[in-house]
Structures are given as C-alpha cells and as structure tokens.
Design a protein around this ligand. Structure first.
Ligand code: ZN
Length: 349
C-alpha cells in the first residue's frame, strides 16, 4: 500500500503538469466565456451529484423497464463495488460502440450524461436506433474514486458536500495509465469482460479537463482527439476521425458548444491509444471542460455549468449512435481535423 500511495503523489504531480501550463501559483481564474468558472465564489457542492448507489439503483430500474437493455456486472472495484456494463446488443452483425465514463473519479458529469442517455434509449426519442447499432455503456469505472472512498487524504480538495472526488482509484492509481498492464481490478474488469468479449468498432472515452482552455480565443466546452500513437492502424485512426467529425458537427453547431483539438501524447497506457492498437477499435477521447473536484482550484468548474456539460455528453452519445445506425458515419468528411486548432491554455494575470 505504501508504495502505491507514493505512486499516487508522483502521478498527481505529473498529472497536474501534463494538464496545464497554468502556473501553479497563479491567482483565481476569471469567470468568462462559455460558462461560469469557479472564481472562488461559486458553489461547488458534490452532494448534487449522483452517488454510486443511486447509479446502481437507476441502472437496475432501467434494466427492468427496458426489454432491449441487459445489465451485467463486469467485476468489482478495489473496495468491492460492482462495476456495470449496460448492453444493447440486438444483432451481432450490427456495428458496436462503447461509451466509457469516469475512469477518473472527479470527472462525473460524463456519467450523469451517460445515465440520461440510457434513459432516453428506453423512450420514443431514440425509437428504432438500437435495431441498427449495438451499444455498450460502462459508467463510472472508477466507482471508489467517484465516492471518495480511497486510502489517501482528500483534505486539500476544493469542493464541499458529502464527499470529495479524486482522480485516482482507491489505492491511488490512475486507471487511464493502466491499459497495458491492467493491474487494477477496474481496468482488468473492463479489458476481460468488455474489450475482449465483444467485437467493438468504436469507443468514446469521456473525461473532464481543466476549466481554462480556449480555441480561437474562446473557452472550449471540450476538446477531442483520435489515437496518436504511430502503432495504430491508419484505417482505425480514420474511423476515429469520422467519429470525431460526427461529434464536432453535433456539438459545435449547437451554439453553446465550442470544441478544440486536444493536445494528447502517444503513450499506449492510456485508452485512446492502447485500445486502438490492442483491439483495432476506433477510439475518440472527449475532454469536457472543468472537473467536479480537485486539489487545484482552477481545474474545478462551478455547478452552474453542469447543465450544458451534461447536455454535451447526451448530444455526443446520441449523435454518434444515430450516425452509426444510419451509416452516415461512413461518409463523414474528416478534413476538418487538419484545420481544427489545438486548444491553448488561457493566460491568467
Ligand atoms: Zn480524465
């Protein structure tokens, strides 16, 4: 345990450095652009977020209500929480997409959106879609982190409420650096009982980043990226770019959405690269704006933005399943990637 905790500190610093060029001694970020920032005076209360048990209850209720849905336990977290996959597999011949949320415990709004998406799949709103596309949803992979049930201190975390949400799992490991070794029970469950078990064509890995990235002078609501490792098959990468084209069109055209190109590395320990190489799946990383909690204040976004960020997740999931179901994903123009600017970190005074 001790060595793992030590690992967490190293990862935490590395994470902070990788995530931002914001000087660590900078003052509070101004609330500007696409939504309110934390600004030191906005409420960040984690009590309004769905708890793990509320999520489990919700999934079981939807499972009972939706004939086309099947809920399966894929394994347990370090602390023994059941991890779920919600499956819509009407025809093995259909193309299949996987949505993964909250590998990082403090990135919760992606899960809130995914649960709403699951609810929509059981209503007339999405009628007929699941006849032509198979859908897998793994929500809240880091269930222990999401509940703050971890073996390290959360004393310095910013949010108030009944729990704090760290990035790492219960023993301080970053699950999205464990996709080659698959040592943690959460990552192992995902690979053994989802990745290896189904013939998956597409995957969107949903995250949150800091709150002060901008593209073309305006704060982004999120940023996207395809696999960048040189070992990924070019056809797989092209599929990722098409997936990204669907997401960009659906989100960036809404008026409230503004997407940039994420600056991401080539490491295959992260899912965007590792899963593309290991399984030949066209992956897309989606990094939404602002985290639900963190030790570092400017990463955390006030809850006034929750509405549009949850909506951004729902829009992303619904637009991509529709495009795969009707085949329009195959004719997507991927040339926008060549002109889409990388996000930049907004300079603070
Ligand atoms: Zn993340």
């Amino acid at each position: 345990m001790k060595s793992l905790k030590k690992g967490a500190i190293t990862l935490s610093l590395a994470g902070a450095l990788a995530l931002s060029a914001v000087p660590l001694n900078s003052t509070v970020v101004e609330a500007v652009g696409n939504g309110p920032g934390y600004g030191g005076n906005e409420t960040i209360n984690t009590s309004i977020l769905t708890t793990y048990s509320e999520m489990a209850d919700f999934l079981k209720k939807q499972d009972a209500k939706q004939p086309q849905m099947e809920l399966e336990v894929i394994g347990q977290s370090v602390k023994g929480r059941d991890l779920y996959v919600a499956k819509y597999m009407s025809n093995p011949e259909n193309p299949t997409i996987l949505f993964l949320t909250q590998q990082h415990g403090n990135e919760q709004l992606t899960t809130e959106g995914a649960l709403e998406f699951i609810k929509h799949l059981g209503t007339g709103k999405m009628k007929g879609v699941t006849d032509n596309v198979n859908i897998l949803v793994v929500p809240m992979l880091n269930a222990d982190g999401a509940m703050g049930d971890v073996d390290f201190s959360l004393d310095d975390y910013v949010a108030s409420g009944d729990r704090n949400l760290p990035r790492y799992n219960a023993v301080g490991v970053d699950l999205n650096r464990d996709h080659i070794d698959k040592i943690q029970p959460e990552t192992k469950a995902l690979h053994e009982n989802v990745m290896s078990k189904y013939d998956i064509d597409y995957m969107i890995d949903l995250h949150h980043q800091g709150a002060s990235s901008e593209r073309d002078g305006e704060l982004v609501s999120g940023s996207i990226l395809y696999p960048t490792t040189p070992n990924a098959d070019p056809e797989v990468v092209e599929g990722s770019k098409k997936l990204g084209a669907v997401v960009f069109d659906a989100v960036d055209s809404t008026g409230w959405g503004h997407l940039g190109k994420y600056r991401g590395g080539d490491a295959e320990t992260i899912s965007r690269n590792g899963i593309a190489v290991e399984y030949g799946i066209s992956t897309l990383l989606f990094e939404m704006r602002g985290m639900s909690d963190h030790e570092y204040e400017p990463y955390v976004l006030g809850q006034k933005s929750n509405g549009y960020l949850i909506k951004q997740t729902i829009t992303t999931l619904e637009s991509t399943v529709r495009a795969i179901a009707d085949g329009s994903i195959d004719t997507q123009d991927t040339s926008f990637w060549d002109t889409l600017a990388f996000q930049q970190t907004r300079e603070t005074e």
